[in-house]
Design a protein around this ligand. Structure first.
Ligand code: ADP
Length: 257
């Protein structure tokens, strides 16, 4: 697929320099931020120097997901990322007091986001950009500014989420950013009491859509109350040991393959 090989070469450890990967979704609440956190930590555990730009102006959740309220400082007019859980972080959430809505119009939001992208990232090799959901001006100008080597799209198996994910894939296509893959989140649920499996958001939709659109499918994660609880508590499962950490590590490996 066009551009994917170049993106993968850019992501290999032997290639010097910094590679940006945009993590996008068509709609909110599909787990884009949760996946960004845990993929970043998995990549860091694989020995890579990883950073996160939390550009989700509608709900910057990386500080919560990573369990930190530390603020970055500025040096030589550049924001210096904080370090937490083995990854560096600059979040739009660090720029405003908690609970305060960002009443920023396009140009102002883009200006703030550029400051995050242009922070003092030092020797960081891979920066995951947690994009705002959707395909508006802010996303477009951020993609044009950071020139990501590739994008990952997160979707649930549900029709509505898939239609929006298709738009997101289209946005990256129009900006010549190769889509490295689609991750299906909240795919299937196993009842902890009776063990029965069900599919609250349907089954396999993201994989089918990825195939139709000719983009790779990276894998799926089940709907998991323990993942949500750990995420809310700022304890990313990828930083621990167990099946959830293994699942995130497998997705991170697929991203580099
Ligand atoms: P987005 O960034 O797409 O808006 P989030 O990562 O903030 O989505 O996730 C939305 C909510 O869903 C959060 O409460 C998160 O903990 C929860 N969540 C995400 N993925 C899962 C999952 N696989 N199982 C259970 N809850 C999840």
């Amino acid at each position: 697929l066009p551009g994917i090989r170049e993106a993968r070469v850019a992501l290999t450890a032997s290639k010097p320099g910094r590679t940006y990967i945009a993590i996008g979704s068509g709609k909110g609440g599909v787990g884009k931020s949760t996946l960004t956190t845990n993929l970043a930590i998995s990549l860091a555990r694989m020995g890579r120097k990883v950073g996160i730009v939390d550009a989700d102006i509608y709900g910057p959740s990386q500080p919560t997901l990573l369990g930190t309220n530390e603020k970055p400082h500025a040096e030589n007019d550049k924001l210096v990322p904080i370090e937490v859980q083995g990854v560096k972080l600059l979040s739009v959430g660090q720029l405003v007091p908690p609970g305060q809505a960002l009443a920023w119009r396009g140009p102002m939001a883009s200006g703030a986001l550029n400051q995050l992208v242009e922070g003092d990232w030092g020797d960081t090799e891979i920066i995951l950009i947690d994009l705002p959901p959707g395909t508006g001006d802010v996303q477009l100008s951020l993609v044009q500014k950071s020139r990501p080597a590739g994008a990952v799209i997160v979707s649930t198996p549900q029709d509505l989420s898939l239609i929006d994910a298709t738009r997101a894939i289209d946005l990256f296509g129009k900006t010549s950013v190769p889509v490295l893959g689609v991750i299906e989140n909240m795919a299937g649920y196993q009842c902890p009491h009776c063990g029965e499996s069900s599919d609250p958001f349907g089954h396999g939709g993201a994989e089918t859509s990825a195939a139709k659109l000719g983009v790779p499918f990276l894998g799926r994660l089940p709907l998991s109350p323990s993942l949500r609880e750990a995420s809310d508590a700022g304890r990313p499962p990828a930083a621990e040991h167990g099946p959830a950490a293994d699942a995130f590590a497998a997705l991170a490996r697929r991203l580099l393959e």
